[in-house]
Design a protein around this ligand. Sequence first.
Ligand code: C5P
Length: 221
Amino acid sequence: CKTSELEGITVLVTAGGTQENIDPVRYIGNRSSGKMGYAIAEQAVRMGANVILVSAPTSLSVPSGVEFVPVDSALSMQEAVESRYKNVDVVVMAAAVSDFRVLHKAEQKIKKMESMTLELVKNPDILQGLGSHKEHQILVGFAAETEHVIKYGQDKVARKNLDMLVANDVSKSNAGFNVDTNEGYFLYPDKEPKEMANMKKSELAQYIMKEVVELVANKHL
Ligand code: C5P
């Protein structure tokens, strides 16, 4: 059922795993399914928000009621997000952004050879960029960790100037990439961490967006 907690609020959600082209038919990707980001976008629609879903390729169907912006690489995702940033109130960065891209993309399909070397260069950190010129926006990030979840997560909250971070322990088989459930901690710059039990991503999306409602209310957007 639809509520009105986020009426008049524009929420931009990123989702999926970015793809970095090697040549016209190959790319470097990751195992992100997009499920967490899509669940958040659906929940934000249910709460009455204007929702922009900037999505790397996934096998999921586009949720109804969102403005859908398909992208592929980290640079195309950055462009899509930065160009809309001024006009959004909340950004939830659930996408798994490739940390590297191929320096020289081949114009033609690369032929078989005995061995080859790809030179990779660092992609920009989209979320950190948003944090560095944050104005009225609320920024929510995700972090996949395999150890020291709270400590590493809190470092990210500070480094990326976030209002909230959902930190998952992906060393567990029932959390993180490409599964239907998730668990972890909600971390904040100025509040104690909240532990989240293992639950369906759709349910976790409800808890995340409930926190967003509170952050919006405290900022008087
Ligand atoms: O530093 P780490 O990659 O763990 O941070 C994860 C968070 O930062 C996620 O919210 C992810 O969407 C975002 N991120 C980004 N650009 C990158 C890498 C990560 O926006 N190049």
